[in-house]
Ligand binder design. Structure first.
Ligand SMILES: Cc1cc2nc3c(=O)[nH]c(=O)nc-3n(C[C@H](O)[C@H](O)[C@H](O)COP(=O)(O)OP(=O)(O)OC[C@H]3O[C@@H](n4cnc5c(N)ncnc54)[C@H](O)[C@@H]3O)c2cc1C
Length: 411
């Protein structure tokens, strides 16, 4: 029986593992932490899955959180300009955010229940050769520093040297739902963006506040102020940021209830983007293939890392099932098939996290006047490649804006 080893029990590793075990392969996942340790550990992110990812979960038999109860339907945009601009984009089908300390342990259990083998051990670079010989193919879905060295950054793709934003994300009680129910995306030009995400966690249906702060901007301190030193001062700093920069969220805060859901429900730091090579041939001649963040790491400003990890895992899974020859040809097939989506995700994220160019502002202006264009942009959170079809160049944006104007003229 074909044997596949997967290092890392994140979304990429587990979606690949579940697909292959469903197809009857012998699959081993190596994970540094048990499901219980993940469940009781510190929060590391605040991930929303979009409809195409939820569809994939349904196919994998792990769609445990029905969108009717756990989903949301819209993006509520706010641009804090002297004359604020606001508009609401609708998804064709809902997205959903479930705390990964609930999500990943459940998928780890599903994988084991279906006959997969979960081995709890910390893997490092020196383990790659022996593990590659213990399996027909080894996939790597864990982004340790050594993983960057194993795969190396793609030389043909310009990449930033450091983080584009400085982050703080926490889970909070005391923020009323938006109407419609959705993710609020607010821009405070020069200071940053706030993503206010309805998320299901151990504390119930709560709110993730993901502050995407511009380096050197007025809110950069949110990424480094220490909660445990003075929780009251921390809470005040967050409330001040909402009051001064993100008024639509501030309006829905109930001061008496507003509190972090727990001391572990907070992450601060930064993401250094990286687009690495798809695979590496080891000295023993065997191949290892990258999935998830170990292949492409992006800032969470447009919430694509895990959705991309899942999509890319499916490309790897489909290729293995269709052509189980673990050679250079298979590696090239995988690289070709996921290249456009992964690059589009990387480039779209960089565009949104950087200083906004004139053509992006032109698109925002057009979307504020054209619901169809806005809904297309919103639904394209499912399809980064289609989003990049619109955004890749000033000329493409101009053409989308012209199409929108022509449509409105006809109406
Ligand atoms: C604040 C924040 C918000 C985000 N929001 C979104 C969002 O809304 N939508 C979205 O799509 N993405 C989002 N992301 C990105 C998303 O979290 C990542 O892209 C995604 O989790 C990466 O999954 P992965 O499969 O690469 O594995 P990882 O999440 O990197 O997990 C790897 C797993 O492998 C295990 N492991 C690690 N090292 C080893 C080792 N040496 N040996 C064995 N096992 C190991 C770990 O236990 C871990 O569980 C966000 C990220 C952040 C930081």
């Amino acid at each position: 029986m074909t044997s596949i080893g997967i290092i890392g029990a994140g979304t990429g590793g587990l979606h690949l593992a579940l697909q292959l075990v469903q197809a009857g392969m012998d699959v081993t996942v190596y994970a540094s932490r048990t499901a219980e340790q993940v469940a009781s550990g510190r929060m590391t992110n605040s991930v929303a899955h979009h409809a195409v990812t939820i569809d994939r979960e349904a196919r994998l038999g792990v769609d445990h959180w029905p969108v009717a109860e756990f989903g949301y339907d819209a993006h509520l945009h706010y641009f804090g300009l002297p004359e604020p601009i606001e508009f609401i984009g609708r998804f064709q089908r809902p997205s959903r955010a479930v705390d990964y300390r609930i999500y990943l342990p459940r998928l780890m259990a599903d994988f084991e229940d279906r006959g997969g083998r979960l081995v709890v051990r910390e893997v490092d670079a020196s383990d790659l050769e022996p593990l590659s010989e213990a399996h027909d193919l080894l996939a790597v879905g864990s982004k340790q520093p050594w993983v960057g060295e194993v795969f190396g950054r793609r030389a043909d793709k310009p990449q930033p040297d450091g983080p584009l934003r400085r982050l703080q994300v926490g889970l909070w009680h005391g923020i009323a739902r938006s109407e419609p129910h959705g993710v609020s995306i607010a821009a405070s030009p020069g200071s940053g963006d706030l993503l206010e995400i309805p998320i299901y966690s151990a504390a119930g249906h709560v709110t993730a506040l993901l502050f995407e702060n511009v380096p050197g901007g007025a809110l950069e301190h949110l990424a480094s102020i220490r909660h445990d030193d003075d929780p009251a001062a921390f809470r005040r700093a967050v409330l001040d940021a909402l009051r001064q920069h993100y008024p639509r969220t501030f309006e829905r805060v109930d001061d008496a209830e507003f509190a972090l859901t727990g001391p572990d429900d907070l992450v601060q730091g930064a993401v250094t983007p990286a687009l690495r090579n798809d695979y590496r041939q080891l000295d023993n001649g065997r191949f290892v293939v990258a999935v998830g963040d170990s292949h492409a790491t992006v800032d969470p400003i447009v919430g694509q890392g895990a959705n991309s990890a899942s999509a890319s895992a499916q490309v790897v899974g489909d290729a293995i099932l269709e052509d189980p020859n673990f050679d250079l040809r298979l590696m090239r097939k995988i690289a070709e098939r996921r290249r456009d989506r992964v690059e589009a995700t990387f480039d779209w994220t960089a565009l949104m996290a950087g200083p906004p160019p004139a053509h992006l502002l032109q698109l925002v202006g057009a979307m504020s006047q054209d619901q169809a264009l806005l809904d297309e942009f919103t639904w394209n959170f499912n399809f980064p490649d289609r989003q990049w079809d619109i955004l890749a160049t000033p000329e493409r944006v101009a053409s989308a804006v012209a199409r929108s104007a022509a449509r409105k003229a006809v109406v």
